[in-house]
Design a protein around this ligand. Structure first.
Ligand SMILES: Cc1cc2nc3c(=O)[nH]c(=O)nc-3n(C[C@H](O)[C@H](O)[C@H](O)COP(=O)(O)OP(=O)(O)OC[C@H]3O[C@@H](n4cnc5c(N)ncnc54)[C@H](O)[C@@H]3O)c2cc1C
Length: 458
């Protein structure tokens, strides 16, 4: 039988880092409790993306995206940058004290280290911050670890092995409904179970259906922000003076033209640009490996312009999806790459021009024209920011700097809740990225541990 029981003490929906950490802590504190974790995607060893295996460059639009969904969640193939700070990475400090958030991040880090993660940390650098400030650029400071895509994956495998026989893990199964009064979970296989406590740990991949569920159950939602932009790829030497010292420069800039904020982040030293399927839309991201043999000559980073909508528009996620879909449409289901020089000259990058580029792309996608799909305001912000960054890292604005689009970061709608217990419910909680409380591995992991402690102590 697929499910061992009909009734559980705790049901966790989603097997990303927040769900796994919650399961781990619950099992550690209450070894006798019956815990089930239900994950829409595959188990870690079966998470294989056909686009990557077959090197097609075109998304097969699988029922469940192996990159974003499956045990270990969206972070499974990530670069594994682990932020030890409350300056960025999520909004937990709006609900818990900074000290408490850091304490939980450290607890989660200790668990990762026990399971093979590096102990090496990069410290903030005040000299670089000063250099940025001189040019009206603002660098966010944090202690950071770089687990690396390869070793992050190994650590996640070990973590899952640790809980595998102690809690029930069901994969390739989506929770399609939860009755908030009877605590009945309905799955897409037609089965139903109940649980005293339920944790939604659904990540960005599940945020749209979670928001629909909240609306259906009269649970208020708030969100008005979205970040849209490009992934910038250039020779690694250009940002080496930053990356060698702090690993990840996270810098924001306020544009003169509109006063909008544009952020440089998600830096991957000597990494690869990758394509991902975000809930049916192809977008861009980046990876970098710890192993020398897998490193490239290029570094890449996200450069995204933040938009905050005002009344009456309330659907920033749909807006971002729309813009990204336009890039998918004109690239025949893929994403676009354009040289900065071509974009500024108002012409398309074609195969011939891309071949002439001295920066060789690490991702094989369609050369094209980003100005045909990116809104002018965001494109202007991005170009102005590239030139501002060029002052502190000369060469950022080179003709052959590659821009991949569209990259967007959606922030899931945040449900009304009291200490993460959903409004109007008893014992139903929401954690992690999918509920708009976090946007990083470390904060999502910390959130999982926090909610487990809360359930144990309630
Ligand atoms: C390519 C990439 C690189 C990244 N790199 C970094 C990085 O270097 N550092 C960093 O801090 N952050 C990084 N992030 C972000 C980080 O991965 C997330 O912040 C983190 O994974 C959030 O954890 P989570 O548990 O909230 O959600 P997720 O990891 O998204 O997990 C949620 C899980 O729930 C499942 N699910 C959703 N709905 C249902 C349902 N109805 N039924 C059953 N299962 C469901 C999903 O399939 C998914 O596996 C990266 C993200 C991506 C995509």
């Amino acid at each position: 039988m697929k499910y061992k029981k009909k009734k559980y003490d705790v049901a966790i929906i989603g097997g990303g880092i927040s769900g796994i950490m919650a399961a781990l802590r619950l099992n550690e504190k209450q070894p006798g409790a019956s815990i089930i974790l239900i994950e829409k995607g595959a188990s870690l060893d079966k998470r294989k993306c056909p686009m990557i295996i077959n090197k097609t460059g075109v998304c097969s639009d699988c029922n469940s995206c192996a990159i974003m969904e499956g045990v270990a969640g969206a972070g499974a193939f990530s670069d594994g940058k682990y932020v030890i700070s409350t300056e960025y990475g999520g909004w937990l400090p709006d609900f818990l004290s900074h000290k408490m958030v850091i304490d939980y991040i450290e607890q989660a880090d200790a668990i990762l280290v026990e399971n093979g993660a590096t102990t090496e940390r990069y410290d903030p650098d005040n000299e670089l911050k000063k250099l940025c400030l001189k040019h009206d650029l603002h660098m966010q400071q944090a202690q950071l670890k770089h687990l690396g895509t390869d070793s992050n994956f190994d650590t996640m495998c070990k973590l899952v092995d640790k809980i595998d026989n102690k809690i029930e893990i069901i994969t390739r199964t989506e929770v399609v409904d939860v009755d908030k009064d009877t605590h009945t979970l309905s799955m897409d296989d037609g089965e139903q179970i109940t649980a005293d406590a339920i944790i939604f740990a659904i990540g960005r991949a599940g945020s749209r259906s979670f928001a629909d569920w909240c609306r259906k159950n009269d649970i208020g939602l708030s969100n008005n922000q979205v970040d849209i932009g490009v992934r910038v790829e250039l020779p690694s030497s250009i940002w080496e003076h930053f990356s060698k010292k702090i690993y990840e420069p996270k810098i924001w800039y306020r544009s003169n033209q509109y006063g909008d904020t544009t952020r440089m982040f998600c830096f991957n030293e000597r990494g690869n640009v990758v394509m991902e399927n975000t809930d049916g839309v192809m977008t861009v991201n980046g990876h970098s490996y710890r192993g020398e043999e897998r490193k490239t000559q290029n570094s890449n980073f996200a450069l995204l312009s933040t938009i905050r909508f005002t009344q009456p528009f309330k659907n920033p996620i749909e807006y971002a999806r729309y813009v990204a879909s336009l890039a998918n449409l004109i690239s025949g289901g893929s994403i676009l790459v354009q040289r900065l020089g071509d974009l500024e000259l108002g012409r398309r990058t074609n195969e011939k021009r891309l071949k002439q580029s001295t920066t060789r792309p690490t991702l094989d996608v369609v050369p094209g024209d980003l100005s045909l799909c990116m809104p002018k305001r965001q494109l202007d912000n991005i170009l102005e920011t590239i030139h501002a960054l060029d002052i502190i890292a000369q060469g950022t604005a080179n003709h052959d700097t590659l821009l991949y689009g569209v990259e967007c970061k959606y922030y899931s709608s945040r449900p009304d809740a009291n200490d993460f217990e959903l409004a109007g419910t008893k014992g139903i909680y929401a954690i992690g990225d999918g509920a708009g409380f976090t946007r990083s591995l470390s904060h999502a992991a910390a959130h999982g541990l926090y909610i487990a402690d809360k359930i144990v102590n309630s």
